[in-house]
Design a protein around this ligand. Structure first.
Ligand SMILES: Cc1cc2nc3c(=O)[nH]c(=O)nc-3n(C[C@H](O)[C@H](O)[C@H](O)COP(=O)(O)OP(=O)(O)OC[C@H]3O[C@@H](n4cnc5c(N)ncnc54)[C@H](O)[C@@H]3O)c2cc1C
Length: 394
């Protein structure tokens, strides 16, 4: 095969997060030359956990990376919801043989840096991918048969096309869709990662555990082959700050969690430094491709993390995008439209359903009672049926 698919100019990718690297790798596997322009001084991810549902493994299998994603991951035996006030088990989803038989892929939890690292290594291993740091894409122009990305220093980079993988606050999106800043959900997340030895033995659990409280929830699970423990505490707040990594004020957290179960409070007490991020998303849209420019991942469909799907959907995007581009490499505008057409309803559904799950987790009073009755009455098979649209789709 002609290793550049017959074209001199590379496809440009703005942003080297999980979405950008997955897209670069997927396109390189189809023989396309790619330049990834990342604004940061290095390619890296923040230290936090990430949940990986069967649909990301189905996508990763098509990219030849399933084993790499699983290498350092933890495979929990179940996912359970408990009441943060009574401690009662609300529902438990088994994630072992029965689950794998149903979805043909496992469920895993991992460190974000390990997932990002697996995509980064795959890109490094390809001579069709150029990885470039300290390159912030400010703007672009589409002209003739190509696109020019304009960097913040004024440098102009020529490409056949541009894929905006520049995340929640995407510059590329602003120029294509122009829907302003993201929607602030009113929820804020505090996160921390502990070493296993720092977790009291009686509180360490192999499962993904979610403690649902009134207008709060708290999730924990092991990471990196079980050596680390990921904690995320979410509560309602009107604060707004951009970014994923601001140092957080613990007193705000305690106001929301006081009165909850000792298992919750004892784990929260272990944390010395919390990092926080304000949870944002956007309304689903469909016109995220314009000529030879398109969007992928959070730039296209930013979602709340309540279904743990941001990275999963970005990886699915990458697979579909590369397939559509390979089907019509001579007409990238049509290929980008076909990719958008194939993806917007599914990603829009995840955006909407993630909000619904957030309401469920934070329910109070009668709503919480009803939730517990409804979820508690389901068999594992019924629970699998309820989530099959997501885990078995894509
Ligand atoms: C703490 C946390 C926990 C999460 N947990 C989960 C989970 O459990 N499961 C899950 O599936 N998802 C989770 N997500 C979401 C998920 O990580 C993202 O949705 C996913 O990684 C897709 O990201 P992305 O590549 O589209 O954007 P990002 O990861 O935001 O990457 C965007 C990249 O673009 C770069 N960039 C931005 N602007 C420019 C520019 N103008 N020019 C050049 N480069 C630019 C940024 O520096 C960054 O590297 C979580 C997110 C966070 C923050």
């Amino acid at each position: 095969m002609d290793k550049t698919n017959g074209h001199d100019l590379p496809i440009l990718i703005a942003g080297g997060g999980i979405g950008g690297l997955a897209a670069a790798h997927a396109l390189s596997r189809k023989g396309f030359r790619v330049r990834v322009l990342e604004q940061a001084a290095e390619f890296r991810e923040i230290g936090a956990g990430i949940q990986l549902s069967p649909n990301i493994f189905a996508a990763a299998e098509r990219l030849g990376l399933k084993d790499a994603l699983l290498a350092d991951a933890w495979q929990p035996s179940g996912m359970e919801m408990r009441c943060a006030l009574s401690g009662d088990l609300v529902t438990r989803l088994p994630l072992e043989a029965e689950f794998v038989a149903r979805f043909r892929q496992p469920y895993a939890v991992s460190h974000r840096a390990d997932i990002h690292g697996a995509f980064l290594k795959a890109c490094h291993d390809s001579n069709l991918v150029s990885l470039e740091t300290s390159q912030r894409v400010d703007s672009f122009e589409e002209e003739g048969g190509g696109v020019t990305a304009i960097l913040d220093g004024g440098e102009r980079v020529q490409g056949r096309a541009l894929i905006g993988c520049d995340g929640m606050w995407s510059n590329t999106r602003e120029k294509i869709i122009g829907d302003g800043p993201p929607r602030v959900s009113g929820h804020i997340a505090y996160r921390a990662v502990l070493k296993r030895a720092e977790v009291p033995e009686d509180l360490w659990r192999p499962d993904v555990v979610l403690w649902a409280g009134p207008r709060t929830h708290f999730v924990h699970y092991p990471l990196r082959r079980g050596e680390l423990y990921n904690l995320v505490a979410v509560f309602h707040s009107d604060r707004y700050e951009e970014g994923w990594n601001t140092e957080a004020d613990p007193s705000e957290l305690w106001k929301h969690f006081s009165g909850q179960r000792p298992e919750v409070l004892r784990l929260l007490e272990r944390i010395e430094t919390w990092r926080m991020w304000v949870l944002c998303d956007r309304e689903p849209v469909k016109n995220w491709s314009q000529g030879r420019i398109t969007l992928l991942g959070d730039a296209a469909h930013p979602m709340l993390q309540y279904l743990a799907q941001g990275a999963c959907q970005a990886t699915e995007d990458a697979v579909v995008l590369a397939e559509k581009v390979a089907e019509q490499p001579e007409d990238l505008a049509a290929a980008f439209k076909a990719y958008e057409e194939a993806r917007y309803l599914r990603t829009g559904r995840v955006q909407i359903m993630a909000r619904v799950y957030g309401e469920f987790y934070h329910a109070r009073g009668v709503t919480a009672e009803l939730r517990n009755i409804m979820l508690g009455a389901r068999t594992p098979q019924q629970a699998y049926d309820g989530i099959a649209w997501l885990y078995a789709g894509g």
